[in-house]
Design a binder for this molecule. Structure first.
Ligand SMILES: CC(C)(COP(=O)(O)OP(=O)(O)OC[C@H]1O[C@@H](n2cnc3c(N)ncnc32)[C@H](O)[C@@H]1OP(=O)(O)O)[C@@H](O)C(=O)NCCC(=O)NCCS
Length: 371
């Protein structure tokens, strides 16, 4: 498909997929600091060779201007999402675009949406898909985002609105300062929970491999009604996490038990920025953003039967204490839906404050057609 010097293509060859996967180098490469993509992982996914591939039908698209890629996106049909929510909703993941690529983006998004519509999807979401996509930043433009999160520029919002999308959900990224005063409070929270019969152990203490399976079970149950999520399986999670047993992930991630039942799970990471972030020579990261000083709690879930008893608070407190013991000065509490008050209260109770805001976009195809 072509219009003027803009050309939209659906990609398939390995060479094209490599070019697709490397677009972020052009979008973010001149920043002081940025998280480069895992190119091989992305190509495996696009080539249908990932563990997630069995659940997905996907089509990567790009827009070229004068032969050069200026925007990219993958349309996906995620059967697990559709079956879980009984909603014919397709996703647009991997979206990235250069500034000033309006015409290319418009033509590319339309082609991707049409691909989904031809497969009977009635709505399209971009900016949230379990393990596959994260929401778009609406602040902190130009600075290093938290681990896993997007550092897009402001033009992305114009691109989606011009293409008929609206803001479906807002999300918050929190950061807590691990001061001596707060670590005293975390000990108090932790002691109160254990006096009430809640036992919190790190994944290393529990047994790392068994903890991965317990995390999968608790997360699938706890997130059953969590917007945007769908069940995940032990078969896919084990290979994703097993290699982490030698890392501090095993000490920072927690499980909570009451009696012999696992009722809560937390997955946390140390500061991965020294290993993964590309930093321009001479540039320095703000300690709240990385540079070895910011751990992050990525995911927390408590079974419905055990909620409201301080289990989440106790796991968060223990995870943050473990970060402080390893010389981290800040802890992320990463990505909470704006209206997830249970999780937002948990963040507030451990002293975290809002340090980043994000949105996911949606387009209802029937509505857009009537416009
Ligand atoms: C969010 C979640 C982990 C909280 O677990 P929990 O063990 O029930 O939380 P706690 O009992 O430790 O409560 C923590 C704080 O939140 C408050 N809280 C708990 N549930 C609440 C609710 N539904 N609405 C408002 N506040 C709530 C508690 O009162 C407590 O604050 P307080 O000490 O000032 O009273 C749990 O609801 C859950 O698993 N939800 C589904 C998955 C999810 O949303 N995970 C978080 C994704 S970011």
């Amino acid at each position: 498909m072509g219009s003027g010097d803009i050309r939209v293509e659906q990609l398939s060859s390995l060479e094209q997929l490599l070019e697709f996967a490397r677009l972020p180098y052009q979008v973010y490469g001149n920043r002081d600091a940025w998280w480069p993509p895992d190119v091989q992982n992305e190509i495996d996914l696009l080539a249908g060779k990932s563990l997630l591939s069995t659940y997905l039908e996907m089509a990567p698209f790009c827009a070229r201007r004068g032969g050069r890629i200026v925007a990219r996106v993958s349309a996906i049909i995620n059967r697990r999402y559709i079956e879980h929510w009984h909603e014919p909703l397709g996703h647009l993941i991997h979206f990235e675009a250069l500034d000033g690529a309006d015409d290319g983006v418009a033509a590319m998004l339309e082609a991707a949406v049409q691909w989904l519509e031809a497969r009977r999807m009635r709505a399209v979401r971009s900016g949230f898909a379990a393990f596959l996509d994260y929401p778009y930043a609406i602040d902190n433009y130009g600075s290093l985002p938290s681990f896993l999160l997007r550092g897009n520029g402001p033009s992305y919002h114009r691109y989606f609105k011009e293409a008929g999308f609206f803001t479906e959900k807002g999300q918050v990224d929190y950061t807590a300062s691990l001061t001596p005063e707060w670590t005293v409070r975390y000990r108090g929270i932790s002691d109160a929970a254990s006096a009430a019969g809640v036992r919190v152990r790190s994944w290393r203490e529990y047994g790392f491999l068994a903890a991965i399976d317990a995390w999968t079970e608790v997360t699938t149950a706890a997130f059953d009604r969590h917007w945007g999520w769908h069940p995940v399986t032990k078969a896919e999670v084990r290979p994703m996490l097993t290699a982490l047993w030698e890392t501090p992930v095993a000490d920072l991630s927690m499980l909570a038990t009451i009696g012999s039942d696992v009722v809560g799970a937390v997955f946390s990471v140390p500061d991965l920025s020294p290993m993964l972030v590309k930093v321009r020579p001479g540039a320095r990261l703000d300690p709240e953003r990385g540079g070895g000083t910011r751990g992050a709690l990525i995911n927390i879930g408590v079974l419905e039967s055990a909620r409201g008893r301080g289990v989440a608070l106790a796991m968060t407190a223990r995870s943050f204490l473990a970060m402080a013991e390893r010389k981290m000065r800040f802890a992320g509490y990463t990505l909470v839906l704006d209206d997830n008050w249970a999780s937002r209260h948990t963040a507030l109770k451990v002293g975290a404050r809002v340090t980043g805001n994000f949105v996911a976009y949606r387009r209802d195809l029937a509505t857009a057609q009537r416009q």
